[in-house]
Design a protein around this ligand. Structure first.
Ligand SMILES: *Cc1c(COP(=O)(O)O)cnc(C)c1O
Length: 431
């Protein structure tokens, strides 16, 4: 129950109704606010940097639909593009010109992507990336890293905890042992364990999938040369490197994390921002690999709503608003926020760790450096829940889990940052 938010009667009623019909009352688990000890808010509308719940409480939104909304809610240019597209048809189930335009924007900004196919979600894009990887290499095993999320398809749900190459342990019932046994989960930022694993399974590893910057364990940054070493060793062992840039693509730069780190993956998975908040996913890479896809190749993949005209128009309009200035601005306000929190912490002798890059950040409630899933897990989730609840009661809507990233948008203005810092100051005064 929302003890810190008295005026949430409507949300509570709606949640009750939802729970009767929808498992847990939600259509995606983190929305349930479980890990912050609350019942979820129901959202009634959003505009710019703000969202309103069903009781008309107004919040500054740092979730931004999990990073999909880089310009905040309802930027006029995007609304206009959607309206225009809508009047021409909701779905064709056939080819249309805007698919090509979106493909042009993606390939222009991502030199590693020679060809791209659009699907309906990041999950779908990852499924296809893995199928392609196996078909191309004629190998079966996939390496992923603990804490990295690649959607909810069977072969990437395995987390298998810490330690080296813990084979065959899935975190979800319903995933068969056989499927889980083809995925090896290793610690992020631990190059040594990757090298050992690749040597242990010669010619068996089809590919390595990674979030180059982890957003799904809270923000985790790659150490020193980690990504470069991953690229080199994957070449050496002739397995493909898949960058999952569903969050980082167009978030960290127009060329994603691969541009920042100057690394060329074999395949890239995109989503979120490229649909501007509408459902979308994309898989792209070398022609030679992409041309294995049906109808010119033998690897099957399809979708009734793929390349949906509304999603595609929303994505194009969103991406057209991005330029170098955008990223400069986003970094400026993000750093203003993070530095502001650090200043308050040092004044009040509060010890916590802030990981941030570009316009994404996580406040980890631990004193130690956080560089992988294990170290993230040392955070005090009770303290995070307390922080979340108090910030929410001050009108600040943060990621409802310690292990998620927060996102800024171009709709956030200096005034929003000041209000957020003032709220943080007040809640830390009350300690
Ligand atoms: C959100 C996300 C996905 C899954 O995308 P959906 O559209 O939710 O299926 C995959 N990978 C990463 C890195 C993500 O953040």
């Amino acid at each position: 129950m929302l003890e810190t938010l008295p005026n949430t009667k409507k949300s509570q009623e709606l949640f009750k109704r939802a729970c009767e019909l929808i498992p847990g009352g939600v259509n995606s688990p983190v929305r349930a606010f479980k890990s912050v000890g609350l019942d979820p808010l129901f959202i009634s509308k959003a505009k710019g940097s703000y969202i309103w719940d069903a009781d008309q409480n107004k919040y500054i939104d740092f979730v931004n639909s999990w990073g999909a909304l880089i310009h905040g809610h309802l930027p006029p240019e995007v609304v206009d593009a959607i309206e225009k597209a809508l009047l021409k048809g909701i779905s064709f189930g056939a080819c249309h010109e805007n698919e090509i335009e979106l493909a042009e924007i993606v390939t222009k900004n991502f030199p590693s992507i020679e060809k791209v196919r659009f699907v309906n979600s990041g999950t779908e894009a990852v499924m296809t990336a893995i199928r392609l990887t196996r078909a191309y290499t004629k190998r079966n095993k996939i390496i992923k890293f603990a804490g990295c999320y690649h959607g909810h398809s069977d072969s990437v749900l395995s987390m298998s905890g810490s330690g080296l190459a813990a084979l065959g342990l899935s975190t979800s019932p319903g995933v068969t042992k056989n499927t889980a046994s083809e995925t090896i989960t290793l610690p992020y930022n631990d190059f040594n364990s990757l090298e050992i694993t690749l040597s242990k399974y010669p010619k068996e590893i089809a590919g390595i999938i990674i979030e180059p910057i982890v957003g799904n364990a809270g923000v985790l940054l790659p150490k020193n040369n980690f990504l470069k070493l991953v690229r080199e060793v994957s070449k050496k062992h002739k397995c493909l490197l898949i960058f999952d840039e569903v969050i980082t693509g167009f978030r960290l730069s127009q060329g994603g994390a691969q541009f920042l780190f100057n690394i060329t993956p074999d395949l890239t998975v995109l989503g979120k921002i490229i649909g501007g908040g509408m459902p979308i996913g994309a898989i792209g890479g070398k022609k030679e690999i992409m041309d294995l896809l049906a109808p010119i190749g033998p690897v099957y993949q399809a979708g009734t709503s793929s390349g949906n005209p509304i999603s595609v128009s929303c994505g194009i309009a969103t991406l057209k608003l991005l330029n170098e200035e955008t990223y400069k601005y986003l970094e400026e306000i993000t750093s203003m926020l993070c530095e502001g929190i650090k200043k308050i912490n040092s004044e009040k002798n509060i010890k916590l760790q802030i990981n941030s890059i570009g316009s994404m950040f996580t406040v980890f409630f631990t004193e130690n450096e956080v560089y992988d899933y294990n170290s993230a897990k040392n955070s005090n989730t009770k303290r995070y829940a307390d922080f979340f609840q108090k910030m929410l009661s001050k009108g600040i809507y943060l990621a409802p889990s310690q292990f998620e990233a927060n996102f800024l948008s171009t709709a956030h203005k200096e005034d929003d940052i000041k209000k957020t810092l003032e709220a943080y100051k007040q809640i830390s005064d009350n300690k």
